[in-house]
Write a protein that binds this ligand. Structure first.
Ligand code: BES
Ligand code: MN
Ligand code: ZN
Length: 508
């Protein structure tokens, strides 16, 4: 794991393998950002001109590397674009700093130690840079660095050591903020690992074992319901989805409690370790990335562990609804009726609408503990990706102010989300001739239909939000900022901030 330290060293005196500085896009070419004054001096005040000669403009995400002949103690200088020059001098949005730090860290893959001399105007800036750099310093090589490929893979190792310059290491607030960044980024990277792990190695039992080890390490309470326990507990939804697979389903309850907590939150994650669609099999081209269908559960798990590491004054229970959705002679058929944990019956018209079935049981079970609020996180529908694209998650729920709060918190932590409605008239599309409800309704507004289905399993008077992260959970395009290809850890920063807000008493 990448190490992060803070140093009072000047940018021109730090010994490292590379130095990162920021440049902004000005009307007449690139402008060197604060934090790099000494570096500019080492270039006789001509750094901006030198960078412009190399084609740099300061655009967001742009990376320019140049060799250093003298004046600095690093052989490489990396200038990363911060986007347009801010209206207020050197006051950048936290997300611009986070992305720039991430892009720089990614460009330094294979490097050992790098100093980051980006503009730090506040504690929040230091935190954003630390977070972005640590999230950018990620690669998933667990399946590549064996045998003869070892040497090649070596170059793919993430930046090993990040030295943050310009922040006051002895300032208590700076220390706390950067320690928070380390805890959150490490858990996000761990969630990314889980999402990226191929489904032949990550299945309900092995996911539960990972959670179990983490619970031990961080002093969390954990309870794992295996198939026998699920049968005994009447978890018809989770069992119905998992019954076609050779590897059985699990429901994991992992909880963090603080002795002085006044509020409790329940986080519920969709954990389909592989979604083939089941008997309603997905066509080729639609299942290659479906190892990502447990990203909701990974996010919930990571958030609970991060909350524990931060020692927040709030109780948070994570529910991981784990199953593998496979077709076989024992699989649920389209037309089958499941009796759910809540007692409701569901006619399964499409076995590919499986996420709502496992979540329904977990939501009903979590409701029994009467949390002050519940949030479920799921790669639930392709329709949400159609609606919002692949970088934005949808936020639905039964409580407008809670839904708004989540959208605003997401924006604050640099996660793209958008509030979506649950129009009542879409409910009747799920009317079933045989059961209480069907697991499918109208095709139009499919993401909202799924949300309406979930709502039926939420306990009365519990504020509930549903995050459909099908778009941003798994990044298939080229990496950008601190976002790598593959698992992203989407929604974790929002979940952690929500817990912090709740602990601080900021939310009803
Ligand atoms: N896991 C998928 C949704 C998904 C799609 C996640 C693309 C990530 C990327 C989910 O289980 C699914 O198959 N949903 C169906 C629902 C339909 C059958 C009602 C869908 O969206 O097509
Ligand atoms: Mn599916
Ligand atoms: Zn799915």
């Amino acid at each position: 794991m990448t190490a992060l330290t803070l140093s009072t060293s000047g940018a021109a005196t730090l010994r490292a393998d590379a130095l990162v500085i920021g440049i902004a896009k000005g009307p007449k070419g690139p402008v060197v950002a604060a934090g790099a004054e000494a570096v500019d001096k080492a270039f006789d005040g001509k750094l901006a001109a030198v960078l412009e000669t190399l084609g740099a403009a300061g655009a967001e995400g742009e990376v320019t590397k140049l060799p250093v002949l003298s004046g600095l103690k690093t052989p490489v200088l990396l200038a990363v674009g911060l986007g347009p020059v801010p209206e207020k001098d050197d006051t950048y949005a936290a997300e611009s700093l986070r992305r720039a730090a991430g892009a720089a860290a990614r460009a330094l893959t294979g490097t050992k130690k790098a100093g980051f001399a980006l503009p730090v105007g506040s504690v929040e800036d230091a935190e954003a840079i630390a977070e972005g750099a640590l999230l950018g310093a990620y690669s998933f090589t667990a399946y590549q660095d064996q045998g003869e490929k070892a040497q090649k893979a070596d170059a793919k190792l993430p930046l090993a050591e990040i030295v943050l310059l310009g922040a006051k290491p002895r300032d208590k607030a700076v220390k706390a903020a950067t320690e928070r960044a380390v805890a959150v980024a490490e858990e996000i990277n761990r969630a990314r690992d889980l999402v990226n792990t191929p489904p032949n190695d990550l299945y309900p039992e092995s996911f539960a074992a990972v959670a179990s080890a983490a619970a031990k390490e961080h002093g969390l309470k954990i309870q794992i319901l295996d198939e026998k326990a699920l049968v005994k507990g009447n978890y018809g939804g989770i069992l119905g989805v998992g019954q076609g697979a050779a590897r059985g389903p699990r429901l994991v309850r992992i909880s963090y409690t603080h002795p002085k907590a006044e509020k409790s939150l329940a986080y519920i994650g969709k954990g389909i370790t592989y979604d083939s669609g089941g008997i309603s099999l997905k066509p080729a081209g639609h299942n290659e990335t479906m190892k990502c269908d447990m990203a909701g559960a990974a996010a919930v798990f990571a958030a609970v562990v991060a909350v524990a590491r931060l020692g927040l004054k709030v109780n948070v229970t994570g529910w991981l609804a784990l199953a593998e959705n496979m077709p076989s002679g024992t699989a649920t058929r389209p037309g089958d009726v499941l009796r759910m944990y809540s007692g409701k019956t569901v006619e399964v018209l499409n076995t590919d609408a499986e996420g709502r079935l496992v979540l329904a049981d977990a939501l009903a079970r979590a409701s029994e503990e009467n949390p002050d609020a519940m949030v479920d996180v799921a790669t639930l529908t392709g329709a949400m990706v159609m609606a919002l694209g692949s970088r934005t998650f949808g936020v639905m729920g039964n409580d407008e102010s809670f839904r708004t709060a989540i959208h605003e918190i997401a924006e604050e932590v640099g996660e793209q989300s958008w509030p979506m409605p649950l129009p009542a008239e879409l409910r009747k599309g799920m009317n079933s001739d045989t059961a209480d409800i069907a697991n499918m309704g109208e095709r139009m507004g499919g993401g909202l239909v799924a949300g309406l289905f979930l709502q039926e399993f939420v306990g009365e008077d519990i504020a509930w939000a549903h995050l459909d992260i099908a778009g941003p959970a798994f990044h298939e395009a080229a990496p950008f900022g601190y976002t790598p290809k593959g698992g992203t850890g989407a929604s974790i920063r929002t979940l952690v901030k929500l817990a912090e807000r709740t602990a601080a008493g900021d939310l009803g």
